[in-house]
Structures are given as structure tokens and as C-alpha cells.
Design a protein. Structure first.
Length: 235
């Protein structure tokens, strides 16, 4: 009986320690922008300089646990181009995903109350393309929304879920993403985002439940918050 209890205690201890490990995924994020000549007609602006200043490189981190993931985009960018006033924060800046309850909690730097919304999961189309990224087997899928065409490379790792985007993919980790912006009109710039996973490592587990904001605003208020962020709506 004593030996049985000792064995049971050992198994429980190993199990608890096994649950105290998360993964930290680090991504380089490249944003390329090309304005057409029509966009600067009537303005004394150098087109090459405009495109150079609008293009940026940043980093973002994703922490992945059993039932949660957390996106954190460092405020400091990895080059000086954003100091010219052309750049905006990488979004999401902070996003906590609760996969058990299909909920996301987003915290904007300039908004008082974090947003609570349903988890965003797109409908994927497989391409049958495969490749290795950081020695992990990845498969390519595509989808689109109102603003972008997406190419995502996903892998399976202990049924964990993690993505640097608003879009999440249950049971998969995102290893690479390419986003190509849709052209709205002849003055619209061409935009392209490339997320590249540069590192994945084990890290101490976070208490994600404690991070869930006590007060949240519904996603229906988002348009008003965007207007205020742009300086249009000060009410």
C-alpha cells in the first residue's frame, strides 16, 4: 500500500510539472507597401521614400498553453521607419484566446475597456503544399476576408493552438503567414504582410485565467472605438 501511494504521488507530481510548460513562438513580421503614382498626384512627395517609410519590420510573441494562447506585440519596432509617422501599432497588440469557451479578449493601448468577442476561425482550403519550418512539418492552407488573401502554414504539436493573427486554428500552430491586401481603388497601395516563425521554445506556464479582464466591452462597440482611435469621434 505504501509503495502504491508513493507511485501515485510520483505520477501526480510528474503530471503537474508536465502541465507547467508552455511554448513561446517568436515571429518576424514584414510589412511591404507600394503606393501607386495616382496616390500622390498633387502632392510634393517622393514615391520611393513614401514606400520605404511605410514598409516596416517588427516582432511579435505568442505564448501557447493547453487551453489558452496569448499574443503580445512589443511596442518597440526593429527599425526606425515607424518614427516617421507612417507606421501604426501591430495588431493585435494583446489578444488572449480562450479555446474552451471560444472567446477572445483584446486590449488596445488607447482603449479603456478590453474587447470581448467570439473566437475567429476561418474556413480553410488545403493546397496540398508541404514544407519544413524550423524542422516542423507544415501544410499550406488558404482563405480570404474583406481585406486580405491569406496563405497560412500550419503544424500539429501536442494539439496546441497558437496564431499571431486575429484568426485562430484550433489544434494547430501557425508557422508562417502571408497576407496580400485587396486593392480597393486605383489610389490604394499594395500591401503585403509576411509572418515568419523564427523561434519556438518551452517556457514557464502563465496563469491565463488571471489575465482575463474583469471588465470588457462587446465587439459591437468596435466601430465607435475605431473612430475614436482615428480622432474622428471624441464622444
Amino acid at each position: 500500500m505504501k509503495n502504491y501511494l508513493s507511485l501515485l504521488f510520483s505520477v501526480l507530481t510528474i503530471s503537474l510539472f508536465a502541465q507547467e510548460t508552455d511554448y513561446q513562438l517568436s515571429y518576424d513580421v514584414h510589412r511591404k507597401v507600394e503606393f501607386p503614382k495616382k496616390a500622390i498626384e498633387g502632392f510634393d512627395i517622393n514615391l520611393d521614400e513614401l514606400n520605404k517609410n511605410a514598409s516596416t519590420q517588427k516582432t511579435t510573441e505568442v505564448y501557447v498553453g493547453k487551453d489558452f494562447s496569448l499574443i503580445e506585440a512589443p511596442k518597440k519596432i526593429s527599425n526606425s521607419q515607424g518614427e516617421k509617422g507612417m507606421d501604426r501599432p501591430l495588431r493585435p497588440e494583446w489578444l488572449l484566446n480562450d479555446y474552451q469557451n471560444d472567446l477572445s479578449y483584446e486590449n488596445f493601448e488607447y482603449f479603456e475597456i478590453p474587447l470581448k468577442s467570439a473566437l475567429k476561425e476561418p474556413t480553410l482550403t488545403p493546397t496540398r503544399n508541404t514544407k519544413k519550418i524550423l524542422d516542423l512539418d507544415a501544410k499550406e492552407y488558404t482563405f480570404e476576408d474583406d481585406k486580405y488573401y491569406y496563405s497560412v502554414w500550419l503544424t500539429k504539436l501536442k494539439d496546441l493552438s497558437g496564431s499571431p493573427l486575429y484568426y485562430q486554428f484550433k489544434g494547430f500552430l501557425v508557422l508562417e503567414v502571408k497576407m496580400i491586401g485587396k486593392i480597393i481603388d486605383e489610389k490604394s497601395p499594395k500591401q503585403e504582410f509576411l509572418y515568419v516563425l523564427t523561434d519556438i521554445k518551452e517556457t514557464k506556464a502563465k496563469n491565463y485565467i488571471k489575465m482575463i479582464p474583469k471588465r470588457t466591452s462587446s465587439v459591437e462597440t468596435l466601430p465607435k472605438l475605431y473612430r475614436r482611435d482615428e480622432g474622428v469621434d471624441k464622444s
